[in-house]
Design a protein around this ligand. Structure first.
Ligand code: ADP
Length: 817
């Protein structure tokens, strides 16, 4: 089908396609048009990577807008939201407006309502629906990208429920679901009442094979020699082979550490192929990478990048990932060693894909990857228009393994997609949201809604859905999030808040318990008789004791965050005089780390002893009745939470980023993730504490702990970091020079400021201006060396390795990268 013959799309778009050389639709695209995507019909397109899914989505959205409608594009990863928005912004030239939702309902106000196309992750859309964003009702077309991720136990249920809700709000909604090739695309189409386009067609031939010994064997029966020298690794030989031909390779491995190690080794293979000009480009790129963050990961990545390679995993900062992906697409980098994160959606095609590890540690042992995952990785092979074909290669170390890999992955069909909604955290969260946002007002309404999910479609066991729903309802009522008034279900005020804040109800219950425990302890320490009722009665007669659920629906690891009812204070020990008055930052960080919404750090070997010791040292700061050492799982959980809390405390105590990433063996991206989660959970804790009427010192404790983790500073620097341009390091330098507040910046001798800022005039001027100083100019000012202490004093941790590496970048707070 010619693009000019597609009905219902704006003419300028067709012209744009022509200018890009796209005159003919790919066969699956033509099938989607024939199924009615430009005519408002729902379609599920299950087709391989690189076969043009984006154009299918675009045709659906633009024709919907052309008919006066409004479209929503749901992306699976936050990183893809900006990528897609940038892509769709090209339509603005013919009057189609595009916006990306940050999900912050208050700040977005109504402006997204004005946009023709909105791009958002499923979590953001879910949150907009919960908060009642009015424009949701105006949607006529929704595109769900990578819809097979419904099978993902962490993120799948949100996508599933979001689609069900959008369809309930608007029964005529056109749904276009884009999926990798999966075993049961027909089920998804049935669920969504959509036409199915199921096609294996690819624009560029993909050869799948297995390398063993010196031979690369392909699925078509052909063989090629790729000789492995002496003790070298197979992937090194396969990379060199493709470099000799001017191509590039993506190597998938099963852990971050392996990605880094493999990248270091393979970059040495690339180096001899680089020209002097290419080397100099790479040196510049390496400098950019190094500047992204002050951590070993940044340095290690920069070292590899300088030689033409890279590693890629979820521990990298977002900027690292963007630099690496762009440079690989521009052919500056010739090899990326990646964990499977890169296979999910990011557009980085490569001549050859090497799936080095096909097993991954899954918590108990090494388990094989799914066929779907391996096919997703393999699908990255071949750059249309650049390569004659793509090659995807698995590695076998013996003859039997070669046969196994052919059977298991090369010839195998991908698994069917299965709903994961029955897992308890997902059910808890979504049932509460469904009631809070008025989608269901009684048990029948709730079941009626759940009937519309893929879970119901796939559930074969009679009565299972009702059983799961009843258990969860019970939990929500018992914990005071939902009221059951003679069969009429309503969220309580706290229930509403929890749903709007996007918390797992179990996290909220844990937090409320912990804070309530702290309040009782405080009132006891102060010798006043504050009964529990005075700060818990606002919402629920049942108070906020938490009850756990019996049974689970097979999702074993998800429920280990269960909370126990708080014990009476008198049992918690008898040394009341030692206890702090308001909760300490560490106590609060450990509390939020115990919730299922915080991914805790694992305990590594030796950690158990270390954190058990720390536990006994700081037990009085922890909020809640601790488990005994004999309750294996809960004890382990408390220690992991303590370890996570210590990381957050180190950050809030101004310990250097490099030191933290080394001590806890995490990447800068992980540190940033933990800090963001802590900010969110403490913000939620502050709201919820107010809601259930907890006393002032508790709320203040939460607020201070939140601000400190947000800026990564001790309490005395909170005022200084509120000035733009002052990050955690500069604030400490200024403070050590006697400048403690923004008011001091307005009155102090300028020479002192200049000295404190290592003589950086421009920086000093900016900071003085931001602090509101009338004449911020530093002309003729001389740094006053006596103002800066020789011994940096108050936070030796943070200062030790900073000297001499000051740069604009190192000033950024974690929130900036
Ligand atoms: P997918 O999302 O299926 O992995 P994309 O939508 O990103 O694939 O498309 C892959 C590439 O194919 C893009 O560069 C796109 O411009 C190009 N493309 C899509 N449709 C056509 C077409 N009909 N003719 C030529 N190129 C196309």
């Amino acid at each position: 089908m010619k693009t000019a013959d597609v009905p219902g799309v704006p003419a300028p778009f067709v012209e744009q396609l022509h200018s890009e050389g796209i005159e003919e639709l790919y066969p699956p695209q033509a099938a989607a048009v024939e199924a009615g995507i430009t005519d408002g019909k729902s379609v599920v397109a299950s087709i391989p990577t690189a076969s043009g899914k984006t154009l299918i989505a675009t045709l659906a959205m633009l024709s919907a807008v052309e008919r006066g409608g409004k479209a929503l594009y749901i992306v699976p990863l936050r990183a893809l939201a900006s990528e897609k928005k940038a892509e769709f912004e090209a339509f603005e030239q013919f009057g189609v407006s595009v916006g990306v939702s940050t999900g912050n309902y208050e700040s977005e106000g109504g402006w997204l309502g004005e946009k023709d196309i909105v791009v958002a992750t499923s979590e953001k859309v879910d949150s907009l629906v919960r908060n009642g964003a009015p424009w949701i009702d105006d949607l006529t077309c929704v595109v769900a990208d990578e819809v097979h991720l419904i099978d993902d136990r962490h993120r799948g249920p949100t996508l599933e429920v979001t689609l069900a809700k959008l369809r309930q709000v608007n029964p005529n909604l056109q749904v276009v679901a884009l999926s990798a090739t999966v075993g049961n695309a027909g089920d998804i189409a049935d669920w969504l009442d959509a036409e199915l386009v199921d096609d294996d067609w690819r624009p560029i031939e993909l050869r799948k094979g297995v390398h063993f010994g010196n031979a690369l064997s392909f699925d078509d029966g052909s063989q090629r020699e790729v000789r492995v020298k002496g003790s070298e690794k197979q992937e090194a030989a396969l990379l060199r082979d493709v470099l000799e031909d001017g191509g590039s390779s993506l190597v998938f491995v099963n852990s971050r550490r392996n990605a880094e190690a493999a990248a270091r080794r393979l970059a040495d293979e690339v180096e001899p192929f680089l020209t002097p000009d290419e080397k100099s480009d790479l040196r510049e790129l390496a400098a950019e990478v190094r500047d992204v963050s002050d951590s070993d990961t940044s340095d290690d990545l920069a070292d590899v990048v300088a030689k033409g390679g890279a590693f890629h995993h979820a521990g990298l900062a977002r900027e690292h990932r963007a630099l690496v992906e762009d440079a690989f697409r521009d052919r500056k980098l010739r090899v990326i060693c990646a964990t499977p994160t890169l296979a999910a959606g990011v557009n980085t095609p490569s001549r050859r894909v090497i799936v080095r590890d096909w097993r991954r540690y899954d918590g108990s042992g090494m388990a094989p990857l799914s066929v779907l995952e391996v096919h997703q990785m393999m699908g990255r092979a071949g750059r249309p228009g650049r390569d004659p074909y793509g090659e995807a290669v698995l590695l076998a170390s013996n003859h039997d393994e070669r046969e196994e890999l052919f059977d298991r992955y090369v010839y195998a069909e991908p698994e069917p997609v299965r709903s994961k909604l029955a897992a308890q955290p997902a059910m808890r969260t979504h049932v509460l949201a469904t009631i809070a946002s008025g989608f269901a007002r009684d048990r029948d309404g709730l079941l009626g809604f759940l009937e519309q999910t893929l879970y119901a479609e796939q559930s074969t066991e009679e009565g299972r859905l009702e059983q799961v729903a009843d258990q969860v309802l019970d939990y929500l009522v018992q914990n005071g999030f939902v009221e059951n008034d003679d069969g009429e279900l309503q969220a309580t005020n706290v229930g509403h808040t929890v749903s709007q804040l996007y918390l797992d109800p179990m996290s909220a219950a844990t937090i409320i318990d912990g804070l309530r425990w702290a309040a009782e302890r405080e009132s006891e320490t102060a010798g006043t008789d504050t009964s529990a009722g005075s700060f818990t009665a606002t919402d629920s007669a049942a108070g906020f004791q938490t009850y756990s659920l019996d049974g689970d629906d097979g999702d074993e690891a998800d429920d280990d965050g269960e909370t126990e009812q708080a014990e009476p204070v008198a049992d918690a020990g008898d040394d009341a005089d030692d206890r702090p008055e308001k909760p300490t930052a560490l106590g609060l960080y450990q509390l939020i780390s115990r919730t299922p919404d915080m991914y805790e750090l694992y305990l590594k070997s030796g950690d158990r002893e270390q954190y058990a010791e720390e536990f006994y040292e700081r037990e009085t700061e922890l909020l809640g009745h601790p488990p005994s050492e004999y309750e294996e799982n809960r004890w382990e959980d408390w220690l992991s939470a303590l370890k996570t809390a210590r990381l957050l405390e180190d950050w809030a105590n101004e310990v250097d980023e490099a030191r933290i990433t080394e001590t806890y063996e995490v990447g800068p991206g992980d540190l940033r993730g933990k800090v963001e989660t802590a900010e969110w959970l403490l913000g939620a804790a502050e709201r919820v504490a107010g809601e259930v009427g907890l006393p002032g010192p508790i709320t203040r404790g939460v607020r201070d702990a939140k601000k400190r983790v947000e800026d990564g500073v001790r309490e005395e620097l909170l005022e200084l970091v509120s000035v733009r341009g002052i990050g955690r390091k500069r604030a400490r330098q200024l403070y050590d020079a006697g400048i403690e507040t923004p008011a001091d910046l307005r009155s102090v001798e300028k020479g002192v400021v200049l000295a404190a800022l290592d003589g950086r005039r421009k920086t000093a001027e900016n900071i003085l201006e931001n602090a509101g100083r009338e004449d911020p100019s530093m002309d003729e000012v001389r740094a006053d060396p006596t103002a800066v202490p020789d011994d940096p004093g108050s936070t030796p941790d943070s200062r030790a390795d900073e000297q001499g590496q000051e740069s604009e970048q190192s000033q950024t707070s974690l929130g900036d990268f």
